[in-house]
Design a protein around this ligand. Structure first.
Ligand code: NAD
Ligand code: UDX
Length: 467
């Protein structure tokens, strides 16, 4: 196995796009082709308006695109030419059949493996970049072994740890890069790619199964911290303790550490829930129901936190929000991304709509079409059509506006659901004047906590404290 000269990455999504752009940026000697069956997405990667919003991404893509970074729908050709093929396709929670609602849907992974087997010639290193249940490489190897062309393969696991909103910084200076495999030469080939910018002590190599399992485990531990602090937030609200003070106090213990202790309206994103559910399913599959129950509770607590937020809003607003206008500030699952997958905002908006509230939604990066599609999807039950009632609720009770102040105009309340920096700079005196009184602010991120909105005349409530 010689040095890698040509890379193909299957899947031009939130992971495939930025990671491959970073490899192309750092390794000018490697030609990187990112392929996808979604032609519209590839066209966006080739346009001025990239399909994903991520600070710093534009410069890196535009710096290398057309040189050693190519986005194309010519999947077969790109695979055939490459020495190394990354699989970076989606692995969503299964919605049907055995394991529905928990197991990962590996259909797209298997299709990639079959495609690689079909079109490959010579030797290829196949790299699992997608997040996968442990032992998936066994299936990938079995499929590749059936290649009729005589092509040979090594399979590596190289899970991605970037977080959205900070993807470029995370890729530039990762805490670690994890590479699991069986062939020393194949592992070394991938190590040599990352070694062009990642210090050697941050390149961790393990066996295949440890690498596959570490990704689900890392996400489960991170999400568990958020659910743990969120569980304490409920207790804080009942006791006059302040969750941010508690988080500070426990985080200063170097054994606990300060990160990922920010209490919120609930974690979202495409990974945490999906990966924990997948872990739960795996534990059951391997006959470990106690372990499954332990991790399931992280998701249960997160659902509780989202519900609890809406209950508190309704209770505070005199037990009715029906026909009241509520400004929704932020719809993305965290700041600095246009991604809304599993965003807490979707569930909060659904529950407010079921209370017949009127919502005026503003997010600096999320389009109206995306918001409406998310709300339609959350009201859809399995395969059933959207009911006439939910369609009407979305049509009549939801507007999407282009600035935060407009959303709050004549509103009874503002609900902050994403911690976008710009919200703290809003003109609150002006907003207060134009809101119904009492003017409620429900801060699902505690981002406005330092602004003393009570002194201005708002009724301000956040997560995990009472004033
Ligand atoms: P995504 O949905 O944004 O992108 C996946 C892309 O793969 C899509 O564009 C889809 O069209 C394409 N695709 C699917 N099947 C294909 C096929 N057979 N051939 C070619 N293209 C195909 O998903 P994502 O967020 O980039 O996640 C990809 C994987 O990375 C998942 O396993 C996820 O768990 C993991 N991951 C995601 C993140 C994150 O922050 N989003 C972080 C770490 C790991
Ligand atoms: C996560 C992992 O962090 C990353 O390593 C993995 O590769 C993919 O999944 P991501 O989902 O992009 O990344 O964002 P992350 O920063 O982890 O936030 C996830 C959710 O948790 C967000 O909704 C965020 O608002 C919430 N969160 C995070 C909190 O509520 N409190 C915190 O302290 C941290």
């Amino acid at each position: 196995i010689g040095p890698v000269k040509k890379i193909c990455c299957i899947g031009a999504g939130y992971v495939g796009g930025p990671t491959m752009a970073m490899i192309a940026h750092q390794c000018h000697g490697i030609e990187v082709k990112v392929v996808d069956i979604n032609a519209e997405r590839i066209a966006q990667w080739n346009s001025d308006e990239l399909p994903i919003y991520e600070p710093g991404l534009d410069d890196i893509v535009k710096g290398r695109r057309g040189q050693n970074l190519i986005f194309t729908t010519e999947v077969d050709e790109a695979i055939r030419e490459a020495d190394m093929v990354f699989i970076s396709v989606n692995t969503p929670t299964k919605t049907f059949g055995v394991g529905a609602g928990r197991a990962a849907n590996l259909e797209f992974i298997e299709k990639c493996a079959r495609k690689i087997a079909e079109v490959s010639v010579g030797h290829k290193i196949v790299v699992e970049k997608s997040t996968l249940p442990v032992r998936t490489a066994e299936a990938v190897k079995a499929i590749l072994a059936e290649a009729t062309s005589g092509a040979t393969f090594d399979v590596l696991s190289n899970p991605e740890f970037l977080a959205e909103g900070t993807a470029i910084d995370d890729l530039l200076a990762p805490d670690r890069v994890l590479i699991g495999g069986e062939s020393e030469a194949a592992i070394q080939a991938l190590v040599d790619v990352y070694a062009q910018w990642v210090p050697a002590e941050r390149l961790l190599t393990t066996n295949l199964w440890s690498s596959e399992l570490s990704k689900l485990t890392a996400n489960a531990f991170l999400a568990q911290r958020v659910s743990s602090i969120n569980s304490i937030s409920a207790l804080c609200e009942a006791t006059e303790a302040d969750v941010d003070e508690v988080a500070m106090a426990i985080g200063m213990d170097s054994r606990i550490g300060p990160k990922f202790l920010k209490s919120s309206v609930g974690f979202g994103g495409s990974c945490f829930q999906k990966d924990i559910l997948n872990l739960v399913y795996l534990c059951e599959y391997f006959g470990l129901p106690e372990v499954a129950d332990y991790w399931q509770q992280v998701v249960t607590m997160n659902d509780y936190q989202k519900r609890r937020f809406v209950h508190r809003m309704v209770r505070t607003m005199f037990n009715t929000v029906s026909d009241k206008k509520i400004a929704i500030w932020g719809f993305a699952f965290k700041k600095d991304t246009n991604d809304t997958r599993e965003s807490a905002a979707i569930y909060v908006c659904r529950d407010l709509l079921l209370e017949k509230a009127r919502l005026s939604i503003y997010d600096p990066q999320v389009t109206k079409a995306q918001i409406v599609a998310n709300l339609e999807a959350v009201f859809q039950n399995g395969d059933q059509e959207l009911s006439a009632m939910s369609r009407q609720l979305i049509e009549n009770n939801v507007e999407v506006v282009s600035d935060a102040e407009a959303a709050a105009d004549s509103a009874h309340a503002i609900a902050v659901l994403t911690e976008w920096d710009e919200f703290a700079n809003a003109n609150f005196a002006k907003i207060l004047e134009r809101m119904k009184k009492p003017a409620f602010v429900f801060d699902g991120r505690n981002t406005l906590k330092g602004l003393n909105l009570e002194e201005l005349g708002f009724d301000y409530q956040g997560i995990g404290f009472s004033r």
